[in-house]
Write a protein that binds this ligand. Sequence first.
Ligand SMILES: [Zn+2]
Length: 398
Amino acid sequence: MLLAHRIRLEPSLDGRDYFARAAGTARRVWNWALAEWQRQVALGLRPNAMALKKRFNCIKYSDPDWLDEHGQPWLRSIHRDALAVVLPRIGRVLLRERLRWPGKIMGASVSRQADHWYLSVQVEVPEQLAMRSRTSDAVIGVDLGVTAAATLSSGEKIVAPRPLKAALRRLRIRSRRQSRKLEAAKQASGITGPMPKGTRLPVSKNRMKGALSLARLHERIARVRADFTHKLTSRLCRENQAVVIEDLNVSGMLANHKLARAVADVGFHEIRRQLQYKSSRYGTRIVPAYRWYPSSRLCSVCGVRNGELTLAERVWTCAACGIRHDRDVNAAVNFQRLATGALAARTALPEASQAVTPGTAAGTVPAAGGEVTPVRDEHGQQDGSGQEEYAAHVCARF
Ligand SMILES: [Zn+2]
């Protein structure tokens, strides 16, 4: 099983300088290739990667654009790839922590966030060492939302961490300060209106400082978010044999949801991505609910559909059985029922019978440890509207 581990690096000053130059080189080569590609397309040619590579190899040691002030090709000072962990050209770099898994190292790359450098290592870990055991074998439905980041079918609501909110507020303030500095620098160099591409404003210490503090804050926000999603997804996989989650690409398009959801969208995708890869380590099945499954509108007790439910209604009462529902908990319970098949068995609603798409669960056999109740993942009847194909497409991306 291929696992990836991202470790913070402690490079020496020389190391930092080298990394910065290597990253700059990679960016510049990429930009050159992109410009060349677009130029060829504009001329009606059909560019291809191999020819571009050849052309680059012709010019990289001779073209004036790629020579330094001494007329030396500067690419020579940067190694062409960074695939060893002892890194080429730079030798050993201190790592903040040990590599977590034994196994064969398949690849590695170096990246930067704010002023920190990281090493991502891909390790091929033997299957039995990669597997984790679950603490229980529940089946749970998860409704992702904005007010509570995740609502579980057990009724628990998991809210995003509070530091995130404060940090986001600070982010607004710092970005505003930074753009004022930028504006001032533009005025000082006599530029009005949009800056022409490639303009270099005179460097100011204060602006650099502002940029760095903004970058650090972005990094911090990313970390708080990552910590939250990792803990949430690990817990879901550790405690459950099946996790039913709505197929999200989707609800964004479904209704006016769009605006409210856009804010947290990245988080949703990350949650699903993490669930997907962690589930294979815990032997947990991830069951995406069918995209048109009306999880919010169905009464989770009697199965009657509330067609009048609006987005603003956080709490509603079922007209048929009179039970009061919390909107998110009700949706989460409906998801859970999809997995156990209870809803389909009791009410035989067409929505329910289609609701779980085939071939989408992680496809792994649950790990040893505990009885496994059958999870419903067959497709049910088709209605001939072509929705099945669409669902298959959606789920292939899941
Ligand atoms: Zn009801």
